[in-house]
Design a protein around this ligand. Structure first.
Ligand code: SF4
Length: 350
């Protein structure tokens, strides 16, 4: 792969299996050729048409003339002292993204990016400081997974078990590529993974939450809430002015009604900001609208000095209050913070 401008050729890996079959049939080739090409691209991860030795030479030349292969290439990686692995991948146009492997005793979780940067500008998030460059294509999303899957096998002998769309960007603002990636991850010809092992995390784009429900993907949905009153939430997430909490309640109710799933609520705890009893009560009220599970995440420090991590005592009190209200609560241990790989820290810092 060369870094530079995209040519007029079609990136063959951006096509779904059906689109590839159609394109190959239109050129007058039998159906089994598309299957062979698909296997070279996705099973064998071949990035050069010349190496597709089961194809005839004229077909390889034709492919080379009309298509190109634009794979994302890992060029830098870091291993945290807790085993978390972060990789930086360079895209065909020189942009870079990050993806993180979080291993524990039972799982190998991949945290992947959906956009280069992000346009939503959440004040506590390091990715926001990059601004927004562009959406990732579906194959660029898949490349992160292939890279982390390989690393998981290398480190633990096991493949990826879970995938979270919680890296750089807002996945629901890159809906088509997200859907294609979910289809590929869950299809037997792709990664053959159950949708219940995939979590899409969003700041809350209500129209797209409803669409995700209607698409019957059956993935888990996580809402980055962080405050359950509009004034405080807007001070953390400017997009809350566009999509206030009442819109989110409506969309999440719909998601639950259509999919039957419990919604995951992500709540970052900041010192003296949203870690008091009043905030915990507001959160408990919000959670009355549908079945939920809450992940409390003590803030991972970045360069943004205005935000501080909540004290452990406050985190415990907050969690206990919610548990007393019969709400399922997990306090998330920070992983990979020494290599800026933790939640909200991804900003291509190497
Ligand atoms: S928290 Fe998510 S939506 Fe907000 S700026 Fe960061 S990446 Fe974007």
């Amino acid at each position: 792969m060369t870094v530079g401008k995209k040519s007029k050729k079609i990136n063959i890996r951006s096509l779904t299996k059906e689109e590839l079959s159609l394109a190959i049939a239109e050129k007058g080739h039998p159906a089994f050729r598309a299957k062979q090409i698909w296997e070279w691209l996705w099973k064998k991860q071949t990035v050069d048409f010349k190496q597709m030795s089961s194809l005839s030479l004229p077909l390889r030349e034709q492919l080379n003339k009309e298509f190109e292969i634009l794979n994302a290439v890992p060029f830098h990686s870091q291993l945290s002292k807790d085993g978390t692995f972060k990789t930086t991948l360079r895209l065909f146009d020189g942009n870079v993204i990050e993806a993180v492997l979080i291993p524990d005793a039972k799982r190998n979780t991949a945290c992947i990016s959906s956009q280069v940067g992000c346009k939503l500008g959440c004040h506590f998030c390091a990715t926001a400081s990059l601004g927004f460059k562009r959406n990732l294509s579906f194959d660029e999303i898949m490349d992160q997974l292939f890279c982390l899957d390989q690393k998981a096998i290398e480190q633990s002998g096991s493949k990826l078990s879970n995938i979270v769309f919680m890296g750089m960007g807002e996945p629901l603002l890159n809906f088509e590529a997200l859907l294609k990636a979910i289809q590929m991850i869950t299809s037997p010809e792709g990664m053959g993974m159950s949708p219940t092992r995939i979590t899409v995390s969003t700041v809350g784009i209500s129209k797209q939450i409803k669409r995700l429900a209607d698409e019957k993907t059956n993935v888990n949905l996580a809402l980055s809430l962080h405050a359950a009153n509009d004034e405080l939430r807007s001070s953390l997430i400017p997009f809350n002015d566009v999509e206030p909490i009442k819109n989110l309640i409506d969309a999440l109710r719909y998601y639950h009604e259509v999919t039957g799933q419990r919604i995951t609520i992500e709540y970052i705890l900041f010192d003296k900001l949203n870690d008091d009893l009043k905030s915990a009560k507001e959160l408990a009220n919000f959670c009355r609208n549908f079945p939920v599970k809450i992940n409390l995440i003590p803030y991972n420090q970045t360069d943004m000095k205005q935000f501080k991590t909540a004290q452990m005592r406050k985190v415990t009190e907050f969690a206990e209050f919610l548990k007393d209200m019969n709400i399922v609560v997990n306090v998330r241990r920070s992983r990979g913070s020494d290599i800026s790989a933790a939640c909200g820290q991804l900003a291509n810092k190497g």
